[in-house]
Design a protein around this ligand. Structure first.
Ligand code: F6R
Length: 608
């Protein structure tokens, strides 16, 4: 979490800093701050608790003129959101300034020792120790001081340093959290946590690896490792366009991203269809697959929900055992993994700390590793042995939508690819499924074509305290995702249950007027689901069903039905999730919530 920016060049630094922070606000919005070197002894510092707008408001008539600066948008970990805890942090004498994304795990010991040696702390953050350590380790050589500090701190970080004594230099360092350098054209360079911050300034970047230190000047960028040895890095050219990272006329990024799903899914499918399903980047053989006796899918949040669907795909089409695990659990429970295990990690950002750690642990245990991610060059993409990409384009809204559907389609194609290799299902069945999968982008468009009824339901039921989601089989997996969407952006208490589980406890919560969203698309368990719907209806719940077109009899047992186009029951999650995303979106609007930036959350979770 947290977003970092830096500028060094010939222009007014504050303009890039504020623009870059605006693009990175999805990474955290508990506070924001900047430090700009205005020459001589004059370092301008301003910080504000809350959204970036509060900082902008404070700066309104007082924009610093300096050409070198650093900035930060915070997602609080150590110390509550406040002006004092906002970054940049500095040492006792205001000679060094630092912004940080991550956690310094040994900060308490370091802080106690620094206090004993006379340092005065003003914040509750872990980051402030870094500024005081620099002060202590500086004897005229800025780079050496940074290297010595990095040798003392433990944990995860991307760090950016500025010093009054070196107005021509910014120093960046990375361990486990992302950091990129944007190469400017006119004697200027940029530093940021993520590409959207710099894309309107340059497309040529360096992506820092763990252990890299970048010494950035306006016309020079040098890289060294922590031992001080120079390293050479390749330029990474960003192919996204700037508009893709903007709202494009929609009121919120989330709505834009929901509507981008047909294109995102089409872009994810097309590189892998060539009569049959192909993954040139995998190039697996039947033997490779035969040797795999167990598959784990490991992820967090929405990506975990996509993993649950992926399990169905692989088990049904490839007939191999798949376990799905939350990354934060998997990494700490000594998973049974060896060289015959394939660990698939799923992550939109490619930076989620728990998922990255689970991936590293799997590698250490000898597993084959495959990353399904949306970000080329992300930490997870670089760490995994194999990588396949969702081509969703940048996802900015905190609530994930197009990343989920592209993860689903890519995992469906992965399962088909494995089925082709292992001959686990007849060729004719593969061909039938490919035909249906090609129709999915158009079917998502059709699902998106009439949002009015969903808006109305959101307005009617948006003020309920509790909402339940039920379904069986793949409908249950989608129900989990629908409930997560509703709770994270509208703050309504929402729970998803396997419909068959209701009678084992949850039915006690169903009383008159409680909304129950019932997914009823899985033909193999349809009758059972219908019985569960009748059970909640008998307790006077209000049932909104999601069903495939043609299922006209369902309206006899429910209050409302939202229809999606019909397809195979394996593919229908790509369609049923769409009304659930829209329902969450419009419920949040009805309740006046900040859709793109829900409270307490951030887009990229780079802390444990
Ligand atoms: C919810 C959401 C999160 C993410 C989770 C993993 O809408 O977006 O639950 O899915 O934080 O993030 P990635 O996929 O970046 O690893």
């Amino acid at each position: 979490m947290c977003g970092i920016v830096g500028y060094i060049g010939g222009k007014r630094a504050i303009d890039f800093l504020l623009d870059g922070l605006t693009k990175l606000e999805y990474r955290g919005y508990d506070s924001a701050g900047v430090a700009v070197n205005c020459g001589g002894d004059n370092i301008f510092v301003e910080k504000a608790v809350g959204r970036l707008d509060s900082l902008k408001q404070k700066l309104k008539n007082n924009l610093p003129a300096g050409n070198v600066g650093i900035g930060h948008t915070r997602w609080a970990t150590h110390g509550r959101p406040s002006d004092l805890n906002a970054h940049p942090h500095s040492d006792c004498n205001g000679n060094f300034f630092v912004v940080h994304n991550g956690i310094i795990e040994n900060y308490l010991t370091l802080k106690q020792d620094l206090i004993k040696r006379g340092h005065k702390f003003i914040s509750e953050t872990d980051t402030e120790v870094v500024a005081h350590l620099i002060e202590e380790n500086y004897h005229g050589d800025f780079v050496l001081a940074v290297r010595n500090v990095l040798a003392k701190i433990e944990g995860s970080y991307s760090l950016l340093f500025m010093s009054k004594f070196h107005p021509d230099t910014l120093i960046a360092a990375k361990q486990d959290n992302p950091l990129i350098i944007g190469i400017g054209k006119d004697g200027e360079n940029f530093i940021a946590s993520d590409i959207p911050a710099i894309i309107s300034y340059t497309r040529n970047t360096y992506i820092l690896n763990d252990g890299d230190i970048a010494v950035v000047q306006k016309d020079k960028i040098q890289f060294i490792n922590r031992q001080g040895t120079p390293i050479t890095k390749k330029i990474f050219h960003v192919s996204w366009n700037a508009e893709a990272a903007e709202k494009g006329g929609y009121e919120h990024f989330m709505l834009k991203e929901i509507h981008e799903q047909p294109k995102a899914v089409r872009n994810t499918i097309s590189p892998h269809l060539n009569g049959k399903v192909t993954f040139n980047e995998l190039n697996w053989s039947a033997d490779f697959l035969n040797n795999i006796n167990k598959i784990y899918i490991v992820a967090c949040g929405t990506a975990y929900h996509a993993g649950l669907v992926g399990k169905f795909y692989i088990e049904k089409l490839v007939r191999k055992l798949v376990e799905v695990d939350l990354a934060s659990e998997f990494r700490y429970r000594a998973p049974i993994v060896d060289e015959n295990t394939l660990v698939i990690v799923v992550s939109q950002s490619g930076e989620t700390s728990d998922t990255l750690a689970a991936l590293k642990e799997s590698k250490r245990l000898g597993a084959k590793t495959l990353a399904v991610t949306n970000v080329v060059g992300s930490s997870i993409a670089r760490e995994a042995e194999f990588v396949i990409l969702t081509n969703a384009g940048p996802e900015i809204a905190v609530a994930s939508t197009k990343a989920y559907t592209t993860q689903l389609i890519l995992m469906f194609m992965l399962a088909l690819y494995m089925a082709q290799l292992s001959n686990s299902i007849p060729q004719a069945e593969i061909e039938r499924l490919i035909k249906l999968l090609k129709k999915i982008p158009a079917q998502i468009s059709e699902t998106l074509s009439d949002v009015e009824p969903i808006k109305t339901f959101a307005q009617i039921y948006g003020f309920n305290d509790d909402v339940f989601y039920i379904g069986r089989s793949l409908d249950y997996c989608v129900a989990l995702e629908g409930a997560l969407k509703l709770k994270e952006i509208s703050y309504i208490h929402a729970e998803a249950y396997a419909a068959g589980e209701l009678k084992h406890g949850t039915l006690a919560l169903i009383v008159e007027g409680v909304p129950v969203i019932a997914l009823a698309t899985q033909k193999s368990v349809y009758d059972k689901t219908l019985s569960n719907i009748k059970e909640v209806k008998a307790r006077d719940a209000v049932v909104i069903a999601i069903a495939a077109q043609g299922n006209d009899q369902l309206s006899n047992y429910t209050d409302h039905v939202i229809f999606v186009p019909d397809t195979d029951e394996l593919l229908i999650p790509l369609l049923t999730v769409v009304p659930l995303q829209l329902l969450a979106y419009y419920a949040a609007i009805t309740r006046g919530c900040d859709v793109d930036k829900p409270r307490n959350l951030a887009k990229s979770v780079t802390v444990e």
